[in-house]
Design a binder for this molecule. Structure first.
Ligand SMILES: NC(=O)c1ccc[n+]([C@@H]2O[C@H](COP(=O)([O-])OP(=O)(O)OC[C@H]3O[C@@H](n4cnc5c(N)ncnc54)[C@H](OP(=O)(O)O)[C@@H]3O)[C@@H](O)[C@H]2O)c1
Length: 353
């Protein structure tokens, strides 16, 4: 039966800032600054089973907890590698379930998205064709530093986890799905090549290519299953905290002025998009994300008239805005390099020359 769900997305109020980078950040979903509330009504399709890869931490855990708060009962399965983290996460999710009084069941399964045989076995055990299944793939890793500081083996590791892991999940689970949604977690760094992301960005750009091609095939093969590609903004998760430890100074400067999204806000946007009756292919999180998604739409599927009109009518304007943003980034990077050179000269260290 069709039900309606109201959701709240807190959007940081836009303030006048000195740079376009600041503007991007000022549009981030944030709880740390003054907020305005936007309320949207979404048509929701009931779901029997939510499967969350990377459900033991960060965005994945927030998705599982937010689903556990829903008033209708369902199965929630979280998957990741570390058994202890999974057990803790399962306890946290069960606490949410007990406060709702539903009969939602929570399972935790230890597996790596790099192990195709294990994924195929698990899919056969937990996914049932008669269920409406929503899979969120939030298993992912990052490595943010300059290209010449990245150990060579990191490239393969990131591609294996972020890209091939997603391909494995699709191959293993789609044969057991007739109805539902498969959500891939790309990133804003999957739309824009930013300083410090030479290992990470390619995996997230490629993920979108995979999602687009898969979407086209499912039109014939499985019309009841939707594919989504989400492009989250920076979100305050354990993974993000780890990433900032190695983040280059320039990346920090480019990121400095903005807030971080709360995991539950990022999770709610993804949940509301995936639970919709007609899920959009692209999931974006703020006005700049909306602009980037429409500017970079190319031949991406579109299932919403507003986006189609924006893509046709506003692409030129969006490109102009982005040229200013790019210029702002390059000025910041050149200034930083100049400052670094001066400092090294003072120290008598000609490293940068
Ligand atoms: N946080 C952000 O700012 C941000 C922004 C844009 C996009 N994203 C993307 O969102 C996703 C989630 O990020 P997050 O910040 O929530 O990360 P996180 O806090 O580090 O959580 C990552 C999750 O993935 C699991 N995982 C990692 N490698 C795995 C593997 N090989 N097999 C199975 N599970 C694996 C981790 O558990 P185990 O280590 O125990 O396996 C953990 O549960 C990632 O794809 C990330 O690239 C994040």
């Amino acid at each position: 039966m069709a039900t309606q769900c109201r959701w709240r997305m807190e959007v940081q109020s836009s303030k006048s800032k000195s740079s376009f980078t600041s503007y991007i950040r000022s549009c981030s979903i944030s709880s740390t600054t003054t907020t305005t509330t936007t309320t949207t009504t979404t048509n929701v399709a009931p779901c029997d089973h939510v499967i969350v890869f990377g459900g033991s931490s960060g965005i994945g855990l927030a998705i599982a907890k937010e689903c556990a708060r829903k008033k209708n009962s369902m199965k929630i399965t979280i998957l990741a590698r570390n058994k202890n983290k999974l057990d803790d996460a399962k306890n946290d999710i069960n606490k949410e379930v007990s406060s709702t009084g539903t009969t939602t069941k929570v399972e935790a399964i230890s597996v790596s998205v790099s192990d195709y045989d294990a994924l195929e076995k698990i899919a056969g055990q937990i996914a049932k064709k008669e269920d409406r299944i929503i899979i969120f793939n939030c298993a992912g890793i990052s490595y943010t530093t300059e290209y010449d500081q990245i150990p060579i083996e990191v490239y393969e590791k990131l591609i294996q986890t972020n890209l091939i892991g997603s391909m494995y999940i699709a191959r293993a689970f789609l044969p057991h799905m007739e109805n539902g949604c498969l959500v891939f977690c790309s990133s804003a760094a999957g739309q824009v090549g930013m300083y410090g992301y030479t290992a990470y960005s390619p995996t997230k750009f490629a993920l979108r290519g995979f999602a687009e091609a898969l979407h086209a095939e499912l039109i014939r093969d499985k019309p009841g299953v939707s594919i989504q590609c989400a492009f989250p903004v920076d979100t305050d998760t354990p993974g993000y905290k780890e990433e900032t430890k190695m983040m280059p100074e320039i990346t920090k400067i480019l990121n400095a002025t903005g807030g971080l999204a709360r995991p539950e806000d990022t999770a709610n946007v993804m949940i509301n998009s995936a639970f919709a009756k007609n899920p959009n292919f692209q999931v974006y999180f703020n006005p700049i994300g909306w602009m980037l998604s429409n500017l970079t739409a190319g031949m991406s599927p579109v299932s919403n008239l507003g986006d189609a009109v924006a893509q046709v009518a506003l692409s030129g304007l969006f490109r102009l805005i982005c040229l200013f943003i790019l210029n702002d980034w390059w000025i910041t990077i050149r200034k930083f390099r100049g400052k670094e050179k001066d400092e090294n000269k003072k120290k008598g260290d000609p490293k940068i020359d």
